[in-house]
Design a protein around this ligand. Structure first.
Ligand SMILES: Cc1ncc(COP(=O)(O)O)c(C=O)c1O
Length: 354
């Protein structure tokens, strides 16, 4: 039995909704009128509130800024075909948030706070859910350490905040990606499987170097040998080789993506074989050359299903099968969309209807 949370609500006196150009949404640039916030102090979560989105006063000594105890999640709320509001597989994001918290020596958060905080924010800012094609309200729960102390140890106090930002498609073209064989995103025994700020911080320099070379994204490889594909900057990767979907098995260096799991479950329902295993670069390159590799795509909440058009590896650029010939990923992406927007019955129970 989940307790009902008592949430203090302070509504904004000036909504910014009328100022937003919903036809030209840039990812994560504008935030809805309100946010949800809670504090962890004295070993418990308290001060549940919905308040106007805006700055929160904080000391420059808070330990999140110095030692990086910060974790987050990302999920999407949709306006369904029948007018209801749904959040896609939020239970999975809740589970992963607490997996990240445990790894970063942060307190876990009870389900009622995570879920009811999110529900309260969406209900308050329901008018911010865009209704255009491929749009959604992206939700960003974040937890960070707030002790004002420079001693290196886990903080005793934290803030949990949920932000909402209306979102259109993250990418609108097939990507040119570079297989990264020098820098690494994650290593064994590290924090790669946690959705923690530092994983993204360490990826930014290699990413901007790749952008200078004309690439849109990186494919990370394993830290020890750089011979095996791991994932992309903000999405997991899938390949279709000999008609089967092949994707890197998750472990401590790869984020266990909700979209990855969803596509695997959809593929299996369609009778498509999925192999979760080590995927070598040699296999990818040989597959492109022989024609056995017919599709490559990135899967993630923000990216949804994004096609990969070209792969750069060791100064060579490989052009993949044209997107219009990619039957498997196109079919699965469209089935996923139909469920997310309530165009077909949700037989998997993935939509959390508010
Ligand atoms: C590093 C990384 N890998 C994979 C994913 C995809 O995960 P999900 O499908 O849960 O959004 C994300 C995005 O959340 C990510 O940041």
């Amino acid at each position: 039995m989940i307790d009902t949370l008592t949430i203090n609500t302070t509504l904004t006196s000036h909504s910014r909704l009328a100022e937003i150009d919903f036809d030209h949404l840039q990812f994560g640039k504008i935030f809805s009128d309100h946010m949800f916030m809670a504090d962890y102090e004295g070993g418990e979560w308290k001060n549940f509130q919905i308040l106007p989105y805006g700055p929160i006063p904080m000391s420059p000594a808070i330990s999140a800024l110095h030692y990086g105890q910060a974790i987050f999640e990302g999920m999407k709320a949709y306006r369904l075909h029948d007018g209801n509001i749904s959040v896609f597989r939020a239970d999975k994001n809740f589970e992963r948030f607490n997996i990240s918290a445990a790894r970063m020596a942060m307190p876990t958060i009870p389900e009622e706070i995570f879920m009811q905080g999110i529900a309260a924010l969406i209900q308050t800012d329901a008018a911010w859910i865009p209704t255009g094609e491929n749009t959604s309200l992206y939700l960003r729960p974040v937890m960070f350490a707030t002790d004002t102390s420079l001693g290196v140890r886990a903080s005793d106090t934290y803030k949990f905040v949920v932000l909402a930002t209306p979102a259109g498609p993250y990418y609108n073209k097939a990507l040119k990606v570079k297989i990264e064989t020098h820098f690494t995103r994650a290593n064994q025994g590290g924090v790669g499987y946690a959705k923690t700020a530092g994983n993204y911080a360490r990826s930014l320099h290699p990413f901007s170097e790749a952008q200078k070379e004309g690439f849109d994204q990186l494919i990370w490889t394993d830290a020890q040998t750089h011979q095996y594909v791991e994932e992309s900057g903000a999405a997991n990767l899938m390949f279709v080789i000999d008609g089967k979907i092949v994707t890197a098995a998750t472990g401590d260096t790869i984020l266990n993506g909700v979209t990855r799991r969803t596509i695997i479950e959809l593929a299996e329902k369609n009778g498509i074989v999925v192999e979760e295993r080590k995927v070598s670069i040699a296999e990818i390159i040989a597959g492109i050359q022989s024609g056995a590799l017919t599709e490559a795509f990135a899967v993630g909440t923000a990216a949804t299903v994004t096609q990969i058009g070209e792969i750069g590896y060791e100064q060579k650029l490989y052009t993949l099968n044209p997107v219009e010939n990619r039957t498997i990923s196109i079919k699965l992406a469209s089935q996923l969309n139909e469920i997310r927007y309530g165009l077909v019955p949700d037989e998997f129970g993935w939509n959390w209807i508010l």
